[in-house]
Design a protein around this ligand. Structure first.
Ligand SMILES: [Zn+2]
Length: 59
């Protein structure tokens, strides 16, 4: 699946498998709300994911 340029992505935590919706272009590191693991890090553009990309969210 391609990482479509959607405003939000659903990402699965690599540590606890929780699926979370995150902003695709974050300005700060995104952490799992359950276990605190890093899900995505900012790059200035689209986030670099540590978690597993599930699907884009268009709305
Ligand atoms: Zn987690």
């Amino acid at each position: 699946m391609t990482r479509a340029p959607a405003p939000f992505w659903i990402v699965k935590c690599p540590d606890c498998s929780t699926e979370q919706t995150i902003f695709s272009r974050p300005s700060t590191t995104v952490n799992c709300s359950v276990c605190g693991a890093t899900l995505a890090t900012p790059t200035g553009g689209q986030a670099k994911l540590r978690g597993e990309f599930v699907r884009p969210v268009s709305a």
